[in-house]
Ligand binder design. Sequence first.
Ligand code: 13P
Ligand code: SF4
Length: 334
Amino acid sequence: MTQSALAYTPEVEQETAPIREKMGPVLDERRWERSAPYIAAINKLKKEKNAVILAHNYQVPEIFFGVADITGDSLKLAQEAAKSDADIILQAGVYFMAETSKILNPDKTVLIPSLEAGCSLASSITAADVRLLREKYPGVPVVSYVNTTAEVKAETDVCCTSSNAVQIVNALGVDKVIFLPDEYLAKYVASKTDVQIISWKGHCEVHERFSAEYIRELRAEHPGLTVLGHPECDEDVLAECDYVGSTAQMADYVEQKQPPRLVLITECSMSDNVYAANPNLEFIRPCQLCPHMKTMSLQNILESLQNMTHEVLIDPAVSKAALGSIERMLELSK
Ligand code: 13P
Ligand code: SF4
């Protein structure tokens, strides 16, 4: 059910003023006036239904600052999902993240506002592919990036995220692992460990668009630029970066080091969100959108809470098997 636009009333203006404050310069007035009534309605409904909204760092500022209870990278969202005492978890992110929340909370209702929220990494490999890899490399443990389906996680020994991949691989204490599905993250991990890495050919369709040449051009155009990159980029791109880390690690770096002029080589809403918290810094903002993350909107979040759509359901046997690989990751990242 699509609803007609909600009105920006004086009550809504007053109620949402503290949220407007947090977004600072990243939202113009017209966009704010369109968003505020939805923000007010979602926050009210969340309370009534005892729902919590988990939003990934790539969500637009209206969602990230406006309605999210927890924000962060994939690791933090999984950790928080594991602790949640809400009745409903709404995932403002992509489908594999919602599946992770459901696997960790099989008795709760987990909602994703759009079924279009896929991921090029998650769709690059199937459970049957993992079984074939195991046959080819008997006895070699399988480490899967969380950007995978529940079925793939069910065939996995331990999951990892971009913030703990090196730590997890080292913690296994073996000399060889199958690391899937991100070929570039696998190369990054291989550069940081002595463990031999057998990789897969999956790529993030957003991070693979960046090139080393593009970063060199940015540096030439913006003297004194600090370049932060996500490890889903290829190695020649990462070689041009001053710092490599997960989305949360990049945000922490900015908070702590306050580089006066910087660029985040990752999805572009991330720059808006970090800039809103650090308006004193000069952000160069290349815009690479993740089409899947961008299927989330205030409108479909409100509809999702109103109509309880779309509920994430996972075969219980798959969910139980996948839980082991996620719990092992959470244990090893403590
Ligand atoms: P992190 O937020 O864990 O760094 O992951 C990035 C990403 O692409 C999620 O889809
Ligand atoms: Fe997947 Fe890349 Fe989008 Fe993250 S940014 S959800 S890895 S396609």
